[in-house]
Each structure stands twice: as structure tokens, then as C-alpha cells.
Write a protein that binds this ligand. Structure first.
Ligand code: PEP
Length: 251
């Protein structure tokens, strides 16, 4: 197993003050952990304050989104260079909620992955099939195309990392967690696609694979034996410090 990674996606769930409070709880309880990467992803408005709170701890900062240019006339967007400047090390890209509500396409996600790497940000690339696609037996096809298109022309060199988050859309926020056996099968598929694109050393050393979708403290335990699993992307359960702690412990 590579260094485990647990990503807390707080989405747009918390007020500014509650974001700071939760950051302090995570800091009190988890910032001593060195053998796992724990990434907190607050909403954009809280990023620099959270950066200040977790400075000089083992916790790491992630953004929930980024734009595909560094600067310019792009009203309302967030620059990858500025994210890096304020202390972000990771960025979620292509989350299904952004694909659904903001019309993000694989092409946009592809540009975001590229600009992240150019700015020393590790992209957390989210892929996953919808409920309908699953029922129509299209899961593998959807994932294949998402990976191929989002990683098209993306070069990963020695010191660069990428995280692939398999997040079945039907599992996100639904309480309906995927079966570990199915996730294991999907991870094999993802690994195979990655091996088609990148040298084996890159796949082995520079790519981590996580599962996301209704992970809670009980559910996480069932995944701990999966050979290819490097961690979790956690939404709802990351808002409760005790649940989040249990998930971190499960790995
Ligand atoms: C997510 O939104 O990335 C997620 C995994 O959410 P939840 O854990 O709430 O399903």
C-alpha cells in the first residue's frame, strides 16, 4: 500500500466560523499523524484562514475546485497559482456535483488536471458512473472514457502525484455505499487503463486510488483489505470529527 490518503470534502456545508471550529478539531485530534496524508478541503472563501490554522502541522490543504488558467479575465474563478501561493497542495477536480450543476466536461477537467500539475498542486480526479449508467451496464465504459479524456496529454513526471477518486455518483450522499468487491474490480480496471497510458513506475509510485461515496466509520472497515485502495474521499462523515477519526483509523 502507498501512503494512505484521506480527503475531507466539506463542500459548501459549513459557515465560516464552523469551518474554523472543525479545522481546530481535526488539528487537535489528527495533526500528529505522519504516516497518512490527511487533506482538508474547505470552501474557497475559507481556504486561506484554514491554511493559517494548519500551518506547521501534518495536515494538508485542498481546494474543492480550480480554474484552468493561472490569471486573466475569468470572473469568479480561482487561480491555481494563488491556491499554491496560499498553501494548498491538493485540488479536487471533476467532482460529480460540479459536472452535474456547473456543466463541467471531461475536456474542462483535463485542462484543470494539467494546470494543477504545472502549479505543484496534486489533482484529485473524480470519476464515477451514474445510477442509470450502472443499470445499463455502462460502468466500465463510462470510467474508461472519463479517465482517457481527463488524462489526455497529461504528463506525470517524477515529483508529481495524482489521486484518482472512484466516486460512483449514485453512492454520493445517498447512504448507499458501493460493495468492496465491486470497488476492487473497478480499481483493477482503472489500474489497467493507467498502465496503458503511463509507465508502470509512474502508476506504482505517483498515482493513488481512493474510493468515495457514503463512506462512514462502519463502511470504511469493509474496504481496509482492498489491495489497490489507498484511501477515501469523504463528504458527509468528514463533517463529524468522531466519524472522520474512525475512518482515518480504519486504514
Ligand atoms: C463526495 O462528495 O465526494 C462524497 C464522497 O460525499 P459523501 O461521503 O457524503 O457521499
Amino acid at each position: 500500500m502507498k501512503k494512505p490518503i484521506i480527503i475531507a470534502n466539506w463542500k459548501m456545508n459549513l459557515s465560516f466560523q464552523k469551518t474554523l471550529d472543525l479545522t481546530s478539531q481535526v488539528k487537535d485530534d489528527l495533526s500528529e499523524i505522519k504516516d497518512k496524508d490527511i487533506i482538508v478541503c474547505p470552501s474557497a472563501v475559507a481556504l486561506s484562514s484554514v491554511a493559517g490554522l494548519i500551518k506547521n502541522t501534518n495536515l494538508k490543504l485542498g481546494a474543492q475546485n480550480v480554474f484552468w488558467e493561472e490569471n486573466g479575465a475569468y470572473t469568479g474563478e480561482t487561480s491555481p497559482a494563488v491556491l499554491q501561493e496560499i498553501g494548498c497542495q491538493y485540488t479536487i477536480v471533476g467532482h460529480s456535483e460540479r459536472r452535474k450543476y456547473l456543466g463541467e466536461t471531461n475536456l474542462m477537467v483535463n485542462k484543470k488536471v494539467n494546470i494543477c500539475l504545472e502549479n505543484n498542486l496534486t489533482p484529485i480526479l473524480c470519476i464515477g458512473e451514474t445510477k442509470d449508467e450502472r443499470h445499463e451496464g455502462l460502468t466500465d465504459n463510462v470510467l474508461y472514457h472519463q479517465l482517457k479524456e481527463c488524462l489526455d496529454g497529461v504528463n506525470i513526471v517524477d515529483n508529481e502525484d495524482i489521486v484518482i477518486a472512484y466516486e460512483p455518483v449514485w453512492a454520493i450522499g445517498s447512504g448507499d455505499i458501493a460493495e468492496p468487491e465491486e470497488v476492487a474490480r473497478v480499481f483493477e480496471l482503472i489500474q489497467q487503463v493507467l498502465i496503458d497510458i503511463y509507465p508502470l513506475t509512474v502508476v506504482k509510485n505517483n498515482v493513488r486510488m481512493v474510493y468515495g461515496g457514503s463512506v462512514d466509520s462502519d463502511g470504511a472497515v469493509g474496504f481496509s483489505q482492498l489491495k489497490l485502495l489507498d484511501g477515501f474521499l469523504v463528504g458527509g462523515a468528514s463533517l463529524e470529527i468522531n466519524k472522520f477519526k474512525e475512518i482515518v483509523k480504519s486504514l
